[in-house]
Design a protein around this ligand. Structure first.
Ligand code: CTP
Length: 395
Protein backbone atom coordinates (compact mmCIF):
# COMPACT_ATOMS: atom_id res chain seq x y z
CA UNK A 1 0.00 0.00 0.00
CA UNK A 2 3.04 2.21 0.53
CA UNK A 3 2.91 5.15 -1.90
CA UNK A 4 -0.27 3.90 -3.59
CA UNK A 5 -2.71 6.61 -4.66
CA UNK A 6 -6.26 5.73 -3.83
CA UNK A 7 -9.33 7.57 -5.04
CA UNK A 8 -11.98 6.94 -2.38
CA UNK A 9 -15.57 7.75 -3.35
CA UNK A 10 -18.07 7.94 -0.53
CA UNK A 11 -21.79 7.89 -1.30
CA UNK A 12 -24.72 8.50 1.02
CA UNK A 13 -25.40 5.49 3.20
CA UNK A 14 -24.95 4.87 6.90
CA UNK A 15 -21.86 2.76 6.16
CA UNK A 16 -20.14 6.03 5.17
CA UNK A 17 -18.77 6.15 8.71
CA UNK A 18 -16.84 2.95 7.94
CA UNK A 19 -15.13 4.77 5.08
CA UNK A 20 -13.54 6.99 7.71
CA UNK A 21 -12.14 3.97 9.59
CA UNK A 22 -10.82 2.49 6.34
CA UNK A 23 -9.23 5.82 5.38
CA UNK A 24 -7.36 5.80 8.67
CA UNK A 25 -6.05 2.26 7.98
CA UNK A 26 -4.99 3.19 4.44
CA UNK A 27 -3.15 6.30 5.61
CA UNK A 28 -1.37 4.30 8.32
CA UNK A 29 -0.23 1.84 5.64
CA UNK A 30 1.33 4.65 3.62
CA UNK A 31 -1.35 5.24 0.96
CA UNK A 32 -2.21 8.68 -0.36
CA UNK A 33 -5.99 8.93 -0.25
CA UNK A 34 -8.09 11.48 -2.17
CA UNK A 35 -11.66 11.47 -0.91
CA UNK A 36 -14.62 12.51 -3.03
CA UNK A 37 -18.02 12.63 -1.33
CA UNK A 38 -21.53 12.94 -2.73
CA UNK A 39 -23.72 15.56 -1.10
CA UNK A 40 -25.80 12.73 0.45
CA UNK A 41 -22.64 11.31 2.03
CA UNK A 42 -22.10 14.66 3.72
CA UNK A 43 -25.31 14.05 5.67
CA UNK A 44 -23.67 11.05 7.36
CA UNK A 45 -20.06 12.19 7.78
CA UNK A 46 -18.42 15.53 7.24
CA UNK A 47 -15.62 16.34 4.80
CA UNK A 48 -13.63 17.52 7.81
CA UNK A 49 -13.49 13.91 9.08
CA UNK A 50 -11.71 12.78 5.92
CA UNK A 51 -9.61 15.95 5.60
CA UNK A 52 -8.34 15.38 9.14
CA UNK A 53 -7.53 11.73 8.46
CA UNK A 54 -5.81 12.27 5.11
CA UNK A 55 -4.36 15.76 5.66
CA UNK A 56 -5.52 16.45 2.08
CA UNK A 57 -8.39 18.42 0.59
CA UNK A 58 -11.70 16.57 0.32
CA UNK A 59 -13.78 17.10 -2.79
CA UNK A 60 -17.55 17.34 -2.76
CA UNK A 61 -18.60 19.18 -5.89
CA UNK A 62 -17.67 19.75 -9.50
CA UNK A 63 -17.91 23.47 -8.86
CA UNK A 64 -16.23 24.32 -5.56
CA UNK A 65 -12.59 24.14 -6.66
CA UNK A 66 -10.75 26.73 -8.76
CA UNK A 67 -9.81 23.91 -11.16
CA UNK A 68 -12.17 23.55 -14.07
CA UNK A 69 -12.14 19.77 -14.30
CA UNK A 70 -11.00 18.33 -10.97
CA UNK A 71 -12.70 14.97 -11.68
CA UNK A 72 -10.33 14.18 -14.54
CA UNK A 73 -7.19 15.09 -12.61
CA UNK A 74 -8.22 13.22 -9.47
CA UNK A 75 -9.08 10.01 -11.25
CA UNK A 76 -6.06 10.15 -13.61
CA UNK A 77 -3.57 10.52 -10.79
CA UNK A 78 -4.90 7.58 -8.79
CA UNK A 79 -3.84 3.93 -9.08
CA UNK A 80 -7.24 2.58 -8.10
CA UNK A 81 -10.74 3.91 -7.35
CA UNK A 82 -12.76 2.48 -4.49
CA UNK A 83 -16.36 3.44 -3.78
CA UNK A 84 -17.40 2.74 -0.22
CA UNK A 85 -20.23 2.54 0.45
CA UNK A 86 -21.77 2.21 -3.01
CA UNK A 87 -25.49 2.86 -2.59
CA UNK A 88 -28.20 1.43 -4.88
CA UNK A 89 -28.71 4.92 -6.29
CA UNK A 90 -25.03 5.40 -7.09
CA UNK A 91 -24.81 1.95 -8.68
CA UNK A 92 -27.85 2.75 -10.85
CA UNK A 93 -26.35 6.05 -11.95
CA UNK A 94 -23.03 4.43 -12.86
CA UNK A 95 -24.77 1.69 -14.83
CA UNK A 96 -26.70 4.34 -16.78
CA UNK A 97 -23.61 6.49 -17.36
CA UNK A 98 -25.06 9.45 -15.45
CA UNK A 99 -22.39 11.94 -14.40
CA UNK A 100 -24.25 14.63 -12.50
CA UNK A 101 -21.80 15.16 -9.64
CA UNK A 102 -18.07 14.99 -9.05
CA UNK A 103 -18.02 11.33 -7.98
CA UNK A 104 -20.05 9.92 -10.90
CA UNK A 105 -18.24 12.17 -13.41
CA UNK A 106 -14.84 11.02 -12.13
CA UNK A 107 -15.80 7.35 -12.24
CA UNK A 108 -17.13 7.71 -15.77
CA UNK A 109 -13.82 9.31 -16.82
CA UNK A 110 -11.74 6.58 -15.13
CA UNK A 111 -9.25 4.38 -16.91
CA UNK A 112 -8.01 2.90 -13.67
CA UNK A 113 -9.48 -0.17 -11.94
CA UNK A 114 -12.73 0.61 -10.10
CA UNK A 115 -13.92 -1.32 -7.08
CA UNK A 116 -17.40 -1.00 -5.60
CA UNK A 117 -18.26 -1.98 -2.05
CA UNK A 118 -22.08 -1.95 -2.02
CA UNK A 119 -23.99 -1.51 1.23
CA UNK A 120 -27.74 -1.14 1.50
CA UNK A 121 -30.95 -2.65 2.77
CA UNK A 122 -31.39 -6.32 1.79
CA UNK A 123 -34.52 -5.75 -0.31
CA UNK A 124 -32.79 -3.01 -2.26
CA UNK A 125 -29.75 -5.24 -2.79
CA UNK A 126 -31.87 -8.20 -3.93
CA UNK A 127 -34.00 -6.06 -6.23
CA UNK A 128 -33.76 -7.06 -9.89
CA UNK A 129 -32.77 -3.51 -10.88
CA UNK A 130 -29.80 -3.43 -8.50
CA UNK A 131 -28.73 -6.92 -9.55
CA UNK A 132 -28.91 -6.01 -13.25
CA UNK A 133 -27.01 -2.76 -12.65
CA UNK A 134 -24.23 -4.57 -10.81
CA UNK A 135 -24.02 -7.19 -13.57
CA UNK A 136 -23.74 -4.41 -16.16
CA UNK A 137 -20.95 -2.74 -14.21
CA UNK A 138 -19.06 -6.01 -13.73
CA UNK A 139 -19.22 -6.67 -17.49
CA UNK A 140 -17.71 -3.20 -17.96
CA UNK A 141 -14.78 -4.03 -15.73
CA UNK A 142 -15.89 -2.88 -12.29
CA UNK A 143 -14.90 -5.18 -9.49
CA UNK A 144 -17.29 -5.60 -6.57
CA UNK A 145 -16.67 -6.60 -2.98
CA UNK A 146 -20.04 -8.12 -2.22
CA UNK A 147 -21.84 -7.19 0.99
CA UNK A 148 -22.20 -9.63 3.84
CA UNK A 149 -25.06 -10.97 5.90
CA UNK A 150 -25.39 -9.23 9.22
CA UNK A 151 -27.13 -6.65 11.32
CA UNK A 152 -28.46 -3.85 9.13
CA UNK A 153 -29.29 -0.25 10.02
CA UNK A 154 -33.01 -1.09 9.93
CA UNK A 155 -32.40 -3.36 12.95
CA UNK A 156 -32.95 -6.44 10.79
CA UNK A 157 -30.62 -9.25 9.83
CA UNK A 158 -29.96 -9.64 6.13
CA UNK A 159 -27.54 -9.36 3.22
CA UNK A 160 -26.47 -5.81 2.53
CA UNK A 161 -23.98 -5.04 5.26
CA UNK A 162 -20.74 -3.56 3.94
CA UNK A 163 -17.97 -6.16 3.43
CA UNK A 164 -15.49 -6.34 6.30
CA UNK A 165 -12.39 -4.16 6.16
CA UNK A 166 -10.07 -7.14 5.61
CA UNK A 167 -11.89 -8.17 2.41
CA UNK A 168 -11.80 -4.62 1.11
CA UNK A 169 -8.09 -4.28 1.84
CA UNK A 170 -7.45 -7.59 0.07
CA UNK A 171 -9.32 -6.40 -3.04
CA UNK A 172 -7.25 -3.20 -3.04
CA UNK A 173 -3.97 -5.09 -2.56
CA UNK A 174 -4.80 -7.50 -5.40
CA UNK A 175 -5.60 -4.66 -7.76
CA UNK A 176 -2.51 -2.67 -6.83
CA UNK A 177 -0.27 -5.72 -7.30
CA UNK A 178 -1.77 -6.22 -10.75
CA UNK A 179 -1.00 -2.57 -11.60
CA UNK A 180 2.66 -3.09 -10.83
CA UNK A 181 2.99 -6.47 -12.54
CA UNK A 182 4.65 -5.29 -15.75
CA UNK A 183 6.93 -2.65 -14.27
CA UNK A 184 10.29 -2.69 -16.08
CA UNK A 185 9.01 -5.05 -18.81
CA UNK A 186 9.08 -4.34 -22.54
CA UNK A 187 5.88 -5.13 -24.40
CA UNK A 188 5.43 -5.09 -28.20
CA UNK A 189 1.94 -5.20 -29.72
CA UNK A 190 0.80 -5.37 -33.35
CA UNK A 191 -2.68 -3.97 -34.04
CA UNK A 192 -5.16 -2.90 -36.66
CA UNK A 193 -5.57 -3.93 -40.28
CA UNK A 194 -3.00 -3.60 -43.03
CA UNK A 195 -3.70 -1.96 -46.37
CA UNK A 196 -2.34 -3.37 -49.58
CA UNK A 197 -2.62 -0.90 -52.45
CA UNK A 198 -3.82 -1.92 -55.88
CA UNK A 199 -3.59 1.58 -57.28
CA UNK A 200 -3.30 5.05 -55.62
CA UNK A 201 -6.96 5.03 -54.49
CA UNK A 202 -7.85 1.36 -53.98
CA UNK A 203 -6.58 -1.20 -51.55
CA UNK A 204 -7.17 -4.63 -50.05
CA UNK A 205 -7.89 -4.54 -46.30
CA UNK A 206 -10.30 -5.81 -43.64
CA UNK A 207 -12.67 -4.53 -40.97
CA UNK A 208 -10.22 -4.54 -38.06
CA UNK A 209 -10.46 -1.38 -35.93
CA UNK A 210 -7.30 -2.00 -33.90
CA UNK A 211 -9.35 -1.69 -30.69
CA UNK A 212 -8.11 -4.92 -29.11
CA UNK A 213 -4.43 -4.02 -29.55
CA UNK A 214 -5.02 -0.42 -28.46
CA UNK A 215 -6.74 -1.55 -25.25
CA UNK A 216 -3.97 -4.08 -24.56
CA UNK A 217 -1.35 -1.37 -25.06
CA UNK A 218 -3.21 0.97 -22.70
CA UNK A 219 -3.56 -1.72 -20.05
CA UNK A 220 0.08 -2.87 -20.33
CA UNK A 221 1.25 0.75 -19.97
CA UNK A 222 -1.01 1.20 -16.92
CA UNK A 223 0.68 -1.85 -15.41
CA UNK A 224 4.05 -0.20 -15.74
CA UNK A 225 5.38 -1.71 -19.00
CA UNK A 226 7.16 0.28 -21.67
CA UNK A 227 5.00 -0.43 -24.69
CA UNK A 228 5.54 -0.22 -28.44
CA UNK A 229 2.32 -0.37 -30.42
CA UNK A 230 2.69 -1.11 -34.14
CA UNK A 231 -0.56 0.18 -35.51
CA UNK A 232 -2.13 -0.18 -38.94
CA UNK A 233 -4.53 2.38 -40.44
CA UNK A 234 -7.39 3.12 -38.02
CA UNK A 235 -9.40 6.12 -36.90
CA UNK A 236 -9.10 5.10 -33.25
CA UNK A 237 -6.67 7.08 -31.12
CA UNK A 238 -3.71 5.20 -29.66
CA UNK A 239 -3.34 5.52 -25.90
CA UNK A 240 -1.12 8.08 -24.23
CA UNK A 241 2.17 6.92 -22.74
CA UNK A 242 2.81 4.33 -25.45
CA UNK A 243 5.34 4.47 -28.33
CA UNK A 244 3.35 4.23 -31.53
CA UNK A 245 4.86 3.03 -34.81
CA UNK A 246 2.44 3.62 -37.68
CA UNK A 247 2.43 1.09 -40.48
CA UNK A 248 0.29 0.62 -43.57
CA UNK A 249 1.29 -2.61 -45.29
CA UNK A 250 2.07 -6.10 -44.05
CA UNK A 251 5.69 -5.75 -45.08
CA UNK A 252 6.02 -2.49 -43.11
CA UNK A 253 4.52 -4.28 -40.13
CA UNK A 254 6.95 -7.16 -40.67
CA UNK A 255 9.97 -4.82 -40.55
CA UNK A 256 8.64 -2.93 -37.51
CA UNK A 257 7.80 -6.13 -35.64
CA UNK A 258 11.20 -7.73 -36.19
CA UNK A 259 12.81 -4.58 -34.83
CA UNK A 260 10.56 -3.91 -31.84
CA UNK A 261 9.68 -7.45 -30.75
CA UNK A 262 13.36 -8.43 -30.58
CA UNK A 263 14.20 -8.56 -26.90
CA UNK A 264 10.64 -7.75 -25.75
CA UNK A 265 9.50 -9.58 -22.62
CA UNK A 266 6.04 -9.96 -24.09
CA UNK A 267 4.81 -9.70 -27.68
CA UNK A 268 1.13 -9.79 -28.54
CA UNK A 269 0.04 -10.01 -32.18
CA UNK A 270 -3.50 -8.72 -32.55
CA UNK A 271 -3.07 -7.27 -36.05
CA UNK A 272 -5.41 -8.49 -38.74
CA UNK A 273 -2.67 -8.73 -41.33
CA UNK A 274 -3.79 -9.02 -44.92
CA UNK A 275 -2.60 -12.44 -46.06
CA UNK A 276 -2.25 -11.23 -49.65
CA UNK A 277 -1.37 -8.10 -51.55
CA UNK A 278 -2.00 -7.23 -55.19
CA UNK A 279 0.97 -8.68 -57.07
CA UNK A 280 1.20 -5.48 -59.11
CA UNK A 281 0.54 -1.92 -57.98
CA UNK A 282 -0.40 0.59 -60.62
CA UNK A 283 1.04 4.11 -60.14
CA UNK A 284 -2.02 5.70 -61.72
CA UNK A 285 -5.70 5.02 -61.10
CA UNK A 286 -6.84 1.95 -63.01
CA UNK A 287 -9.67 2.90 -65.39
CA UNK A 288 -12.73 0.73 -65.83
CA UNK A 289 -13.29 -0.78 -69.23
CA UNK A 290 -16.61 -2.52 -68.70
CA UNK A 291 -14.80 -5.85 -68.71
CA UNK A 292 -14.19 -8.12 -65.73
CA UNK A 293 -10.90 -7.45 -64.00
CA UNK A 294 -8.63 -10.12 -62.64
CA UNK A 295 -6.16 -9.07 -59.95
CA UNK A 296 -3.35 -11.45 -59.12
CA UNK A 297 -2.54 -11.60 -55.39
CA UNK A 298 0.86 -12.37 -53.94
CA UNK A 299 1.22 -13.81 -50.44
CA UNK A 300 2.29 -11.50 -47.63
CA UNK A 301 4.84 -12.50 -45.00
CA UNK A 302 3.39 -14.03 -41.83
CA UNK A 303 4.68 -11.61 -39.22
CA UNK A 304 3.81 -13.73 -36.22
CA UNK A 305 5.18 -16.96 -37.71
CA UNK A 306 8.51 -15.19 -38.24
CA UNK A 307 8.48 -13.89 -34.65
CA UNK A 308 7.83 -17.51 -33.56
CA UNK A 309 10.80 -18.76 -35.60
CA UNK A 310 13.06 -16.17 -33.97
CA UNK A 311 11.58 -16.60 -30.52
CA UNK A 312 13.94 -16.20 -27.61
CA UNK A 313 12.96 -16.06 -23.97
CA UNK A 314 10.17 -13.51 -24.51
CA UNK A 315 6.55 -14.63 -24.19
CA UNK A 316 4.69 -14.72 -27.51
CA UNK A 317 0.89 -14.43 -27.75
CA UNK A 318 -1.11 -14.61 -30.97
CA UNK A 319 -4.73 -14.09 -31.81
CA UNK A 320 -6.84 -16.35 -33.96
CA UNK A 321 -9.74 -14.85 -35.86
CA UNK A 322 -11.97 -17.79 -36.70
CA UNK A 323 -15.45 -18.30 -38.07
CA UNK A 324 -15.70 -22.04 -37.34
CA UNK A 325 -13.92 -24.89 -35.46
CA UNK A 326 -12.45 -22.06 -33.43
CA UNK A 327 -10.40 -23.83 -30.79
CA UNK A 328 -9.15 -26.62 -33.04
CA UNK A 329 -7.86 -24.13 -35.63
CA UNK A 330 -6.41 -21.88 -32.94
CA UNK A 331 -4.47 -24.77 -31.39
CA UNK A 332 -3.06 -25.56 -34.82
CA UNK A 333 -1.85 -21.93 -35.09
CA UNK A 334 -0.46 -22.09 -31.56
CA UNK A 335 1.74 -25.02 -32.57
CA UNK A 336 2.57 -23.98 -36.12
CA UNK A 337 3.70 -20.48 -35.11
CA UNK A 338 5.56 -21.59 -31.94
CA UNK A 339 3.44 -19.44 -29.65
CA UNK A 340 3.21 -19.53 -25.87
CA UNK A 341 -0.52 -18.76 -25.95
CA UNK A 342 -3.26 -17.80 -28.36
CA UNK A 343 -6.50 -15.87 -27.84
CA UNK A 344 -9.42 -17.10 -29.90
CA UNK A 345 -11.79 -14.58 -31.33
CA UNK A 346 -15.09 -15.38 -33.03
CA UNK A 347 -15.37 -13.17 -36.08
CA UNK A 348 -18.38 -14.93 -37.62
CA UNK A 349 -20.99 -12.53 -36.25
CA UNK A 350 -20.77 -8.85 -35.42
CA UNK A 351 -18.34 -9.38 -32.59
CA UNK A 352 -14.61 -9.30 -32.95
CA UNK A 353 -13.57 -6.48 -35.21
CA UNK A 354 -15.33 -3.37 -33.86
CA UNK A 355 -14.79 -1.40 -30.65
CA UNK A 356 -17.80 -3.04 -28.88
CA UNK A 357 -18.11 -6.25 -26.88
CA UNK A 358 -16.11 -9.35 -27.65
CA UNK A 359 -15.67 -12.91 -26.39
CA UNK A 360 -12.22 -14.44 -25.92
CA UNK A 361 -10.81 -17.81 -24.92
CA UNK A 362 -7.10 -18.17 -24.15
CA UNK A 363 -5.36 -21.44 -25.08
CA UNK A 364 -1.84 -22.62 -24.28
CA UNK A 365 0.18 -25.87 -24.28
CA UNK A 366 -1.67 -29.05 -25.19
CA UNK A 367 -4.72 -28.46 -23.04
CA UNK A 368 -4.44 -25.11 -21.26
CA UNK A 369 -7.68 -23.16 -21.66
CA UNK A 370 -9.27 -20.17 -19.93
CA UNK A 371 -12.49 -18.42 -20.90
CA UNK A 372 -12.12 -14.69 -20.54
CA UNK A 373 -15.86 -14.18 -20.97
CA UNK A 374 -17.90 -11.67 -22.91
CA UNK A 375 -17.09 -8.06 -22.10
CA UNK A 376 -15.97 -4.76 -23.58
CA UNK A 377 -12.45 -4.70 -25.01
CA UNK A 378 -11.00 -2.67 -22.13
CA UNK A 379 -12.14 -5.31 -19.64
CA UNK A 380 -11.01 -8.19 -21.86
CA UNK A 381 -7.57 -6.59 -22.24
CA UNK A 382 -7.22 -6.54 -18.44
CA UNK A 383 -8.39 -10.17 -18.15
CA UNK A 384 -6.07 -11.29 -20.94
CA UNK A 385 -3.07 -9.61 -19.31
CA UNK A 386 -3.99 -11.14 -15.93
CA UNK A 387 -3.97 -14.59 -17.53
CA UNK A 388 -0.79 -13.97 -19.56
CA UNK A 389 1.07 -12.61 -16.52
CA UNK A 390 0.16 -15.78 -14.62
CA UNK A 391 1.50 -17.94 -17.48
CA UNK A 392 4.66 -15.82 -17.70
CA UNK A 393 5.28 -16.33 -13.99
CA UNK A 394 4.94 -20.11 -14.40
CA UNK A 395 7.03 -20.38 -17.58
N1 CTP B 1 -0.61 -12.88 -38.43
C1 CTP B 1 0.55 -12.20 -38.77
N2 CTP B 1 0.88 -12.05 -40.08
C2 CTP B 1 0.07 -12.56 -41.04
C3 CTP B 1 -1.10 -13.24 -40.69
C4 CTP B 1 -1.42 -13.39 -39.37
O1 CTP B 1 1.28 -11.73 -37.87
N3 CTP B 1 0.42 -12.37 -42.33
C5 CTP B 1 -0.91 -13.08 -36.99
C6 CTP B 1 -2.13 -12.35 -36.49
O2 CTP B 1 -1.77 -11.08 -35.93
C7 CTP B 1 -2.65 -13.29 -35.41
C8 CTP B 1 -2.25 -14.67 -35.91
O3 CTP B 1 -1.19 -14.45 -36.84
O4 CTP B 1 -2.01 -13.08 -34.18
C9 CTP B 1 -3.34 -15.47 -36.57
O5 CTP B 1 -3.96 -14.69 -37.54
P1 CTP B 1 -5.25 -15.23 -38.33
O6 CTP B 1 -5.69 -14.17 -39.32
O7 CTP B 1 -6.25 -15.79 -37.38
O8 CTP B 1 -4.67 -16.47 -39.09
P2 CTP B 1 -3.72 -16.69 -40.30
O9 CTP B 1 -2.41 -17.15 -39.77
O10 CTP B 1 -3.71 -15.52 -41.24
O11 CTP B 1 -4.44 -17.94 -40.99
P3 CTP B 1 -5.87 -18.01 -41.75
O12 CTP B 1 -6.13 -16.63 -42.30
O13 CTP B 1 -5.65 -19.05 -42.77
O14 CTP B 1 -6.88 -18.42 -40.70
Amino acid sequence: MNGARIFLGVSGGIAAYKAAALTSTLVQRGALVDVVMTSEAERFVTPLTFASLTARPVYTSLWDTPERIPHIRLIREADVALVLPATANLIAKLAAGIADDLLTAALLAARIPRILAPAMNETMYEDAATKANLATLRARGYETVDPERGFLAEREFGVGRLAGEERILQALERTLARRRALRGKRVAITAGPTREAFDPVRFLSNASSGATGIELAREAALRGASVTLMLGPTLLEPPAGVDVVRVTTASELYDAALEHAAGADLTIATAAVSDWRPAERSDSKVKKSGEALTVALAPNPDVLAELGRRKGSGFLVGFAAETDHHEKRAREKLRAKHLDAIAVNDVAGERGFGPGHNALVLLWGDEGRRELGVADKTTLAARLLDAVEELMRCS
